[in-house]
Design a protein around this ligand. Structure first.
Ligand code: BGC
Length: 721
């Protein structure tokens, strides 16, 4: 951080009035106004709860226009906008800020660029299954190039909430259940978004979220409480946030949830003691949408004024969408309840990120020409296809049903095979559904011999003429993501009925699953010969799926989230502890009467069109680290890439430790018949943990080291530390 900025910040802040300071902390989005006198959110509620009909809602929406609050902007009452992904509009508003406000402070434009802007890449959960930081960074760079061309300065990403409960809809937005993978994924995204120099026009500041432990909401219900031990919080949830801060993420979004009774929005331990004091963060802290006002509903603040006071004292710089600061801070500062120095600290953080992004020297970082040339370039589509292919996980392939022969005649079923708009998955607000290529589109382009039925009509006729039947089933995009928790993750009954009908024809059946979370698919796993987990793969969905089905690419993705066999097993994750009575056959063990102990598909699992064998596992003590080597051979007939995984178990520690913990992974390219060595260096520090009194203690005594192709790897070596 240049000292120069700090001086400029002080100088500028010294000229600001109280109102102008508070204005810098206000982020708003465009509001919809029309022939209705309630907010758009309330109108939506009215439709959902039946106070108005869908027809009435549509009629009112026909009268709606966007209100950009330009009068407030001119008066210096807005520091930032959310949700404007259009260079013309961004520049129009920026011009008002720069030319018509007293101090000419530029605006900061934030946007949810979660997995691509126009070139939508696979949902984060999918992309994490590639286990490839270089890919995560590359897709992050593409997202930044497009989004910044559309006027975006900051993205509300990456989400690095470790998520172990498949019922939670937002598992789709992160890198799954593992703490190491979430850290690596987050760091790669921060680097990709921000690039090597934030002042460059194609650099986009990263806002990591949701700090902290949003993924641990009770029962997988969105926004729900989080109550956990400090040991667990620090070992299993905090490392990815810290890794992103260390990697230079310039903004942080506190989570909606409370932790042990204190909502993150007003949690000074989290936002001051940990984030700023312990981790040395000096970037922008911006609330989640409306979260400051919602502290009243949480039951921690008596009104908006109280919530504003608690939030700013706790270290919340910017208010997203709740108008709490703009309405209450002036009085709070004037009455002395909030020291002006606290307000100044928040203002400094806002000005700092604006300086760092180069906005004072170059407020208009794009224009219509750059925007029109930046989107959906061929090279971006190629990267999206590569990411989609690498994200897919082959769950089952009996009798080598896959790959298909080039001249195979396909019977294709299910609306998801043709519905382009569903391919983006959750959180793709800059997307245009027309940009997506469906399986049906891709079959046309490749001149595949296929017949398609959306709902199974003509099933028998189509089946007779086909060599193989493909069912495209699973979830629509709104069935995962925010506010999309499910009490039942079982694949839907209509999909099962379709697959049963297909199986009854006696032809080989392939299921292509589209989903934003693990689905419980025990019946499919038992009866369907081949299952490809495609997730929501983005704009290049169709071509990527055909690449895998026809074997142009040998699948290599591995699950970063456990697939339970039944909803009642949730939360289910590989890094669990054993209990004193590990689940087993005898009665008094930790299990269910009506569901298996094991998952349907474990963490780390994924098949390929070739096979791999492991051997020669060695673990050796070095001065500061453990050195692990294992050999991996491609024992099949096709070239492939295998994701080699290394796990450890501390067998007798001061606190019970997980049965397995991922400590390293490597993607290894292997020609048919080839053998290579994979090496892992595990610093002892990464084996340490917290004792009962929250002291960090080293791992001592017996450590089991495992290596293999998934979290059930059996190859094991014991070492004494
Ligand atoms: C979500 C955030 C998102 C924000 C802004 C909220 O509802 O929780 O993840 O960044 O909206 O759109």
């Amino acid at each position: 951080m240049s000292k120069d900025y700090e001086e400029r910040i002080q100088e500028l802040r010294s000229k600001m009035t109280l109102e102008e300071k508070i204005g810098q902390l206000q982020q708003c989005g465009p509001s919809l106004v029309g022939a209705f006198d309630v907010s758009f959110d309330e109108l939506l509620n009215m439709m959902f709860d039946g106070r108005i009909t869908k027809e009435e809602f549509d009629r009112l929406m026909g009268t709606a226009e966007q209100d950009y609050h330009e009068e407030d902007l001119r008066a210096g009452k807005i520091g930032s906008y959310n949700g404007i992904g259009d260079s013309a509009m961004a520049n129009r508003l920026q011009k008002i800020a720069v030319e018509e406000t007293r101090l000419g402070i530029p605006l900061l434009f934030g946007y949810d660029v979660i997995h691509g802007f126009r070139t939508v890449t696979p949902i984060p959960l999918a992309e994490s299954c590639a286990w490839e930081p270089a890919l995560w960074e590359k897709t992050g760079r593409v997202a930044a190039q497009e989004a910044t061309a559309a006027g975006v300065h900051l993205t509300f990403a990456p989400m690095v909430d470790v998520a172990k409960d498949a019922r939670w809809g937002r598992v789709s937005e992160g890198a799954g259940e593992d703490v190491l993978l979430n850290s690596d994924y987050g760091v790669a995204k921060v680097m990709g978004f921000q690039g090597d120099d934030l002042t460059k026009e194609d650099a986009m500041a990263a806002c990591l979220k949701h700090f902290a432990a949003y993924g641990a909401g009770e029962a997988g219900r969105d926004y729900n409480r989080v109550d956990m031990s400090m040991q667990r919080l620090w070992e299993e949830y905090m490392p990815p946030y810290q890794a992103c801060v260390d990697a230079g993420a310039r903004a942080v979004m506190p989570a909606f949830n409370d932790i042990n009774g204190v909502p993150c929005t007003v949690n000074s331990w989290l936002l001051r003691d940990i984030l700023r004091e312990k981790w040395g963060f000096n970037g922008l802290v911006i609330s989640d949408s409306n979260a400051i006002a919602e502290c009243v509903d949480h039951g921690i603040a008596k009104d908006k004024r109280d919530a504003s006071k608690q939030a700013i004292l706790a270290g919340m710089d910017m208010d997203m969408s709740s108008n709490s600061y703009i309405e209450c801070l002036k009085e709070l500062v004037e009455s002395g309840e909030v020291p002006e120095s606290v307000l100044d600290g928040a203002v400094d953080d806002v000005l700092r990120i604006k300086f760092e992004l180069g906005l004072f020297d170059n407020p208009y970082q794009t224009d219509g020409q750059r925007e029109s040339q930046a989107m959906l370039k061929d090279e971006y589509r190629a990267i999206a296809r590569e990411a989609a292919v690498k994200s897919m996980v082959l769950l089952k392939n009996e009798n080598q049903v896959l790959p298909l022969k080039a001249d195979a005649k396909i019977g294709l079923f299910g609306s998801l095979a043709a519905d382009k708009g569903q391919m983006t998955g959750a959180w793709a607000i800059g997307a245009n559904p027309e940009d997506c290529v469906s399986i049906v589109d891709a079959c046309e382009v490749r001149r595949i011999s296929y017949r398609y039925s959306e709902n199974g009509s003509d099933l028998l006729k189509i089946a007779v003429d086909s060599d193989v039947l493909v069912a495209a089933i699973g979830e629509k995009k709104e069935e995962s993501g925010e506010a999309a928790s499910r009490a039942d993750i079982m694949v839907r009954q209509e999909d099962l009925a379709l697959v049963r009908d297909l199986l009854a024809t006696g032809k080989p059946v392939i299921v292509v699953l589209f989903n934003g979370r693990p689905l419980a698919i025990p019946e499919l796993a038992e009866h369907v010969p081949a299952i490809l987990e495609a997730w929501h793969p983005g704009v290049e969905a169709g071509p990527a799926i055909l690449d895998v089905l026809f074997g142009d690419v040998n699948p290599s993705g591995k699950l970063t989230t456990t697939f339970p066999a039944a909803t009642g097993q949730c939360p289910m994750y590989y890094a669990h502890i054993n209990t004193g009575r590990p689940g087993g056959k005898s009665k008094f063990t930790s299990k269910y009467l009506d569901a298996p102990v094991e998952p349907l598909y474990p963490f780390g699992y994924g098949l390929s069109y070739t096979t791999y064998a492991y051997g020669d596992l060695k673990a050796e003590k070095k001065e500061d680290s453990l050195h692990v080597t294992v050999s991996v051979s491609n024992t099949g007939e096709r070239d492939g890439e295998e994701i080699v995984q290394c796990y450890v178990q501390d067998v007798a520690a001061k606190r019970v430790r997980p049965v397995r913990q991922l400590k390293g992974y490597k993607k290894v390219g292997l020609k048919a018949g080839e053998t290579k060595q994979a090496e892992f260096t595990i610093p002892y520090e990464e084996l340490s943990y917290y004792d009962w009194n929250m002291n960090k203690v080293p791992c001592e005594g017996i450590l089991r080291v495992y290596a293999g192709g998934d979290s059930r790897a059996e190859l094991m070596e014991e070492i004494i530390l």
